[in-house]
Design a protein around this ligand. Structure first.
Ligand code: SF4
Ligand code: SF4
Length: 112
């Protein structure tokens, strides 16, 4: 849809598209599933969780709910920190954490 299409959002009708699906360039292809581990999803994070082991009670809710498996645990299953290469800053770990201060979201800083 071109930005100068005056019908868009005004006529109540669906305007004719400028191109068919055959003419739209291919944007990206995932050749196989389960390949998220190969990508640095942390590079578009604007907020980061900060883990404090002194406050953590090791309930592991953050580990259970993290959609990127970015909460790190040791061989005993204890939370040890965050993998910032994969953490995308969604804040779910912090929202699920029952302890104030154990997993707090902070604005991402510029390159250190
Ligand atoms: S902010 Fe989101 S991606 Fe990062 S550790 Fe928490 S739940 Fe996982
Ligand atoms: S949810 Fe909070 S208290 Fe529970 S393991 Fe994670 S950081 Fe620790």
């Amino acid at each position: 849809m071109s930005p100068d299409n005056k019908e868009y959002g005004r006529s109540g009708r669906t305007p004719e598209p400028d191109a068919t699906w055959r003419e739209v360039p291919i944007g990206g292809v995932l050749p196989w599933g389960g390949n998220a581990a190969e990508y640095e999803t942390g590079d578009w994070r604007s907020m980061r969780p900060v883990y404090d082991p002194e406050v953590c009670i090791q309930c592991r809710l953050c580990w259970v709910y993290c959609p990127d498996s970015a909460v790190e645990v040791n061989e005993d299953g204890e939370v040890t920190g965050i993998n910032y290469y994969h953490c995308k800053g969604c804040g779910i770990c912090s929202a699920e954490c029952p302890r104030d201060g154990a997993m707090e979201m902070e604005p991402e800083k510029a390159e250190e």
